[in-house]
Design a protein around this ligand. Sequence first.
Ligand code: HEM
Length: 528
Amino acid sequence: MTLKYSSSSSSTFLYKNLRNTFFNEDGVTLTLLIISAIFAIFWYAWMFTRSKRQKCPSPPGPRGLPIVGNLPFLDPDLHTFFATLARTYGPVLKLQLGQKLAIVVTSPSSARQVLKDHDVTFANRDVPIVGRQITYGGRDIVWTPYGPEWRMLRKVCVLKMLSNTTLDSVYALRRRQLRETVGYIYTRAGSTVGVGEQLFLTILNVITNMLWGGAVQGDDRASIGAEFRQVVSEMTELLGTPNVSDFFPGLARFDLQGLVKKSRALKNKFDKMFDLMIDQRLKMDRECGKESKDFLQFLLQLKDEADSKTPLTMIHVKALLMDMVVGGSDTTSNSTEFAMAEMMNKPEVIKRAQQELDEVVGRDNIVEESHIYKLPYLFAVMKETLRLHPALPLLVPHCPTETSTVGGYTVPKGARVFVNVWAIHRDPSIWKNPLEFNPERFLNSKWDYSGSDFNYFPFGSGRRICAGIAMAERMFLYSVATLLHSFDWKLPEGQKVDLTEKFGIVLKLKNPLAAIPTPRLSDPALYE
Ligand code: HEM
C-alpha cells in the first residue's frame, strides 16, 4: 500500500501514529471495533425507522442463505412443507424466496383477515410467469388484477355460463355426457377402468359442450381423453412448481428450469383448438346466420358489442375458454376421484351412500340431477372430501396492493400470500380425528362452503372466491351419485387404495385410481 504524505515532521508523526493504530495487532482490533460500531449504529437506525414505518414486526420464519433465501430448502409438496413450518413458526410466517417475499397463513383468524377484513387489499394476484404464459398474458379471471376488467370477465362467466339459471338450462348436456360415461363403463364391466380418467372426460365434455357444443366421442374417447387430461394436469403441475424466474426476475429470460418453454408448448395445443372452434363458429354464423346457444357464441357477440371502457377482446375470449377448460375440469375431476378413492378405502361409506341412492332413486331407475338435493349423505361425502383434499390446497396465491397487518405482523405490499386451507382443514384444534375420512361429521352440521366460515372454505372466500361453485357442486354430486348407483366397485386383485396426494396448484392422487365396475341395476336397458 503506498500513501503520499507531506515531508513535514508533524504529518510524518501523524501518519506513523495512524499506521500504528490501524495496522498493528491492537490496531486491527480497534479497526474491527470501529467498523462494528458504525455497522451497529446503521443497523439500529435502519431497524428503528423501519419499525416506526411498520407498526408491527415482520413475521417469523426459517433463516435462509444470502441471496437465495429459503429457496434451496423448499420441499416440492408445498402444502405439507408449509404446514410443518407453521408448527414451528406459527400461523403467519415468512419465507424469502430469492427476491420475493412469501407469506404463509395457516389459521382461521389470519385467513379471515386476508380474505375478509382486508379483502380488497388482498384481492390481487402475484402472477407467476407460467400463469401469464398460459393465459395470454394473465388476461383471464384467475390472474387479472382486481378492478373493472376482472369484474367484467367474472360477470360474463358467472351470468352466462356458471349461474344456476344457465346450468338448469343446459342440464340435458350434462345428462347426455354422464349417460355416455355409464354406457362406456358398462362395456368395460369386469375389467379395470381408470376412474379419474372417466370422470375427467365426462366433466371436460360437459364443459366443452357448454363452451362450443363439442365433445370427445366414440373410439377417440379413451385416447383423446387421456391426452387431454395429461395436458391439463401438466399445466396445473407447472403452475404449482416454484419457478426461479419468478424469484429472480433478472434471470427470467434464461428460463433456467425450462418451465416457460413447457407451458408455451402446452398453451399452443389449446390455442390451436380454440382457433379452430372460433373459426368454425364464425364460419357457421356467416353461412347460416344461425344463433347457437353456446358460451363461445355469446362471447364472440359480446366482443363485437363491447363498450369501450372495458372491451372484451379476442385475447379475453381465449383466456376465458382456458379458465373454463383448465380451471373447471381438473379441480372437479380430481375431487371426485379423491371421493371415490376415500370411499373405496372405507366400504361402509360406499354401502351407506348406495343405500341412500337405492331409497331415493331406486334400482330400477337412473339418477337425475334433481335427485342430488335429496341425498344428504352424499352431500356429506362431498364436503368431507373437500375438507381432506381441497382441490386448491393453497388457494390461488393472493397479493396485497398495500402493506397490511395480519395476525399482528406486517405483510408488505407485493408479497405472495399463500393461505394453507389444506392445513386448516386438518387442524386438530378444529376437527376431531382430522385425518379420518368421516362424512358423518358433516351430517346435520352447520358447515358450509359459502366462504363465511374460516374453519372450512375449500372454494376460498371473499371477492376471489371460486366462480364455479354451482357447477362444481352439480358435477361432483351428479357424477359420483351416478357411478355409485350404477356400479359396484372393487380394486384389482391384491391392490390397495393409495391415497397419497401429489401437489400442484390443483391437488391430485399420486397414483390414479383404477377399479373394476360391476353393474348393479335391475335392467340392462338402464345402461343404454
Ligand atoms: C371441486 C371443484 C372446485 C374447487 C374446490 C374450486 C376451488 C377454487 C378455489 C379455492 C379458488 C381460489 C379462490 C381464491 O383465490 O381465494 C378458485 C378460483 C376459481 N375457480 Fe374454482 N374450484 C372448483 C371448480 C371450478 C369450476 C367447475 C370452475 C368453472 C368452470 C371454476 C372456476 C374458477 C375461477 C374462474 C376461479 C378464479 C376466481 C377469481 O380469481 O376471481 N372452479 N376455485
